[in-house]
Design a protein around this ligand. Structure first.
Ligand code: NAD
Ligand code: DAU
Length: 355
């Protein structure tokens, strides 16, 4: 049995689905269901006794303690977080609360549980904290990619809150001996990605005939990894990672944003041409940049490859094609997550961005 937090969000849900596709080890899934959490994503697990969903907050130490005591998991994998940079700029409070205070309460509950374990159960227990490359800050064009020893230079309220959580996790290992592992991953994309993030937003807007809002000059670089490759990396680190160690996860796929948008347009031109026969790229609009926008992220994942033998299965070409096809095939899922709260966010974020 493992306890997964944030398992109704984009990466957490992909992780739970992949885990149960490959193993019969049950999962307790603790998720408070913010706007980003969606039980529809987990619909195929309805009635599956290997999946126990609990709606609740990682900051609710009493609830976490009850779950740990009742189910006695051998591991905790922490995905729960506020994750969208633009939202952290408009309102940092929730990011401080969940990513810092919530992680602290989770750590306290896990520490008490682990301290009381004995023998093999205590030896084998792990807590894996899922983090981001954004904690390392921004790279110039010719700097080498982030390694695990790159200094922390977070630039947004989101990345600062994730950096703080990483430090807490590290401190719980050094101070109390808590058996932790941390992964810092680059930008993910794939099925069930909430359409506030670049790739799903562009696909969804393109199909709806809306503008494709590119921030600033569109030359910011991100390093993209197909979500299922992130999930396989987490499984591998959980299985064989050295205690207290940090592992960077990435796909060696650095791309400027504008190239990503053109790739999506070209795939849609092929798979679902516009009725008027003109290209989707006609919908691209340059808008006001994100404040403090990090210019470039790049992950050096060679430690994970060298020490644990992990490699991504998808190239960017295969992954992005699968992703565009998935959105074409799952427009009901998209419609379902585009609630009133989603419409409100889109209006708020993009009204201030003039073309
Ligand atoms: P997401 O926003 O899609 O999902 C987050 C999930 O956490 C949601 O289901 C939400 O309901 C839940 N949640 C939020 N606050 C909670 C709380 N207090 N208690 C319990 N559940 C709570 O995020 P994601 O993209 O799936 O990211 C998951 C994790 O991976 C995050 O920690 C993020 O920082 C990290 N990460 C994301 C990326 C990426 O590209 N998306 C890359 C690297 C690392
Ligand atoms: O690097 C890992 C991080 O990647 C994760 O930790 C975050 O949780 C995740 O949200 C993601 O952060 P980014 O800010 O890189 O992702 P986002 O999809 O919001 O933006 C990707 C790039 O595209 C970024 O340079 C901003 C730009 N962008 C984004 C949106 C939503 C646009 O140009 N237009 C847009 O409308």
């Amino acid at each position: 049995m493992i306890l997964v937090t944030g398992g109704a969000g984009f990466i957490g849900a992909n992780f739970v689905l992949d885990w149960l596709a490959q193993s019969d080890e049950p999962v307790i899934n603790l998720d408070v269901l913010t706007y980003a959490g969606n039980l529809d994503t987990l619909r195929t697990l309805d009635g599956d006794p290997r999946h126990v969903f609990v709606q609740g907050d990682i900051g609710d130490a009493a609830l976490v303690t009850t779950l740990l005591t009742q189910y006695q998991p051998r591991a905790v994998v922490n995905f729960a977080a506020e994750s969208h940079v633009d939202r952290s700029i408009h309102g940092p409070g929730d990011f401080i609360q969940t990513n810092i205070v919530g992680t602290f309460h989770l750590l306290e509950a896990v520490r008490a549980y682990w301290s009381a374990l004995e023998g093999e159960a205590r030896q084998q227990f792990r807590m894996l904290h899922v983090s981001t490359d954004e904690v390392y800050g921004s790279l110039s064009r010719d700097e080498p990619a982030f390694t695990e020893t790159h200094r922390y230079e977070p630039n947004s309220p989101y990345s600062a809150s994730k950096a703080a959580s990483d430090h807490l996790v590290r401190a719980y290992h050094h101070t109390y001996g808590l058996p932790v592992l941390t992964t810092n991953c680059s930008n993910n994309y794939g099925p069930y990605h909430f359409p506030e993030k670049l790739i799903p937003l562009m696909i969804v807007n393109a199909l709806a005939g809306k503008s494709l809002p590119v921030y600033g000059d569109g030359q910011q670089i991100r390093d993209w990894l197909y979500v299922k490759d992130h999930c396989s990396a987490i499984r591998r680190v959980l299985e064989a990672g050295a205690l207290g160690e940090v592992y960077n996860v990435g796909g060696w796929n650095e791309k400027p944003n504008i190239e990503i948008v053109h790739t999506i347009c070209a795939l849609l031109d092929e798979l679902r041409p516009r009725a008027d026969g003109t290209p989707y790229s006609a919908q691209i609009t340059y808008v006001t940049d994100r404040p403090g926008h990090d210019r470039r992220y790049a992950i050096d994942a060679s430690k994970l490859q060298r020490e644990l033998g992990w490699k991504p299965a998808e190239t960017f070409d295969t992954g992005i094609r699968k992703t565009v096809q998935w959105y074409l095939d799952h427009q009901d899922w998209v419609a379902n997550v585009q609630s009133g709260a989603y419409q409100h966010w889109v209006a708020k974020n993009y009204s201030e961005r003039t073309a």
